[in-house]
Design a protein around this ligand. Structure first.
Ligand SMILES: [Fe+2]
Length: 393
């Protein structure tokens, strides 16, 4: 482990680039995941073209619909939801299933306003930043907002709810609620598990710019649209999102950065005028193969969670997985639908139990290779006393 105090190691070179993508425009891809039962609404969200898909899942109930982890309710989204309401009944519940995932929380008040009859359910211990504000100040409708667990669960006769956590991280609380939608056999989860394909998601078909941007090795290369470039760009985006700073990535000096900017073919806003503050020093393909352990689309724990949320609390994650695999209706489990990356992922109670066994048997939250940057962040937070050595359960 490198010393914790080196400022060069603590630099966050992306800070000036904050909300650049996808600007004010959000495309939504609506897909039917399971016929007549489950629908996925996917949007891109991210910074500086490091955009990964975020998903809202719409589940059909006996008398209407539930929105799990809402996305931004654009006119396009609302139209598609109104169409579903016509066929299957009104939106009954809007669920914010995570305490920490800000990207899932921000769209909730606007979605709640769009469906004034719906009940809103939130995970307890919501963080607000920079001040701990009450939910009502953040736009949550207090008269029809309830707290998951503390005030029951929505549609308990049709859905089976399980809690991952809570875990006190010092900075705030981690908790998410998963839900088995019994009619379809789909287990809806938020951030804990992902399945990452080696091909770019369909959502990028309409505008592959983020993929092409990252497919380059340096800023003076123009954007080229080929299937190989799309695939390479996607794998790098997944590495960024998973490890924040993968091993194969180097951040060039400002001098290098400017020397490569404004080259012919890159003098346009789409290429950010050739400004590309990343250099790939070794094969990102190899790093990607390591990320997915050579098995595209397999269910795995998201690396950021493993290294920053559960590094000293693997038992909490295992307990959740084993509850999922042995719950009263676990035999009905057919699919997993996470809020990011691929869905639906074929699954079963046995597969979830095997995943837990595999996690228990393998090294956990290591410091090597791609994990080094996350490990260093964790060590810094630990040393500064921001996160506890033994997280409270
Ligand atoms: Fe998330």
């Amino acid at each position: 482990m490198a010393p914790a105090g080196n400022p060069a190691d603590q630099r966050w070179p992306w800070w000036p680039l904050l909300p650049l993508y996808p600007y004010g425009r959000r495309r939504t891809l609506v897909r039917e995941l399971i016929p007549e039962q489950l629908w996925s609404f996917e949007q891109l969200q991210g910074i500086f073209y490091v955009a990964v898909p975020i998903r809202m899942t719409v589940a059909r109930l006996r008398d209407g619909l539930m929105l799990y982890a809402p996305v931004a309710p654009t006119a396009e989204v609302l139209q598609a939801l109104r169409d579903l309401e016509q066929r299957h009944g009104p939106v009954r519940s809007i669920v914010l299933p995570t305490a920490s995932g800000l990207e899932h929380k921000l769209p909730v008040p606007a979605m709640a306003r769009a469906f004034p009859e719906a009940q809103v359910w939130v995970t307890p211990g919501q963080w607000s930043f920079p001040l701990p504000l009450p939910l009502a100040w953040l736009g949550f409708p207090s008269a029809r907002t309830r707290v998951l667990g503390e005030q029951g669960f929505p549609h308990g006769d049709q859905l089976e709810w399980q809690s991952l956590g809570p875990l006190d991280l010092g900075l705030g609380r981690f908790q998410e609620f998963s839900c088995l939608h019994r009619a379809s056999g789909a287990l809806l989860i938020t951030d804990a598990l992902v399945a990452i394909s080696s091909e770019p998601p369909e959502l990028f078909a309409a505008d592959p710019t983020p993929l092409l941007f990252h497919a380059r090795d340096r800023g003076d290369q123009p954007l080229q649209d080929t299937p190989e470039q799309r695939r390479r760009g996607w794998q790098r985006l997944a590495l960024f999102a998973s490890f924040l700073r993968p091993e194969a990535l180097q951040v060039p000096s400002l001098r290098q950065l400017l020397a490569q900017a404004f080259s012919p073919g890159c003098r346009n806003p789409r290429s950010y005028f050739g400004l590309y503050p990343f250099h790939w020093s070794s094969s990102s393909e190899q790093a990607f193969a390591g990320l997915i352990a050579g098995q595209p689309g397999r269910l795995q724990v998201a690396p950021v969670l493993e290294r920053l949320v559960f590094p000293r609390a693997r038992a909490v994650l295992l307990r959740w997985l084993r509850q999922l695999a042995s719950g009263p209706n676990a035999s009905e489990l057919r699919w997993v639908v996470p809020a990011h990356y691929d869905a639906p992922v074929p699954a079963s109670a046995e597969a979830i139990a095997e995943l837990a066994d595999g996690i228990e048997a393998r090294p956990w939250a290591t410091d090597a290779g791609n994990w080094a940057y996350l490990a260093r962040l964790d060590q810094l937070l630990l040393k500064a006393g921001v996160v506890p050595e033994r997280p409270a359960l």
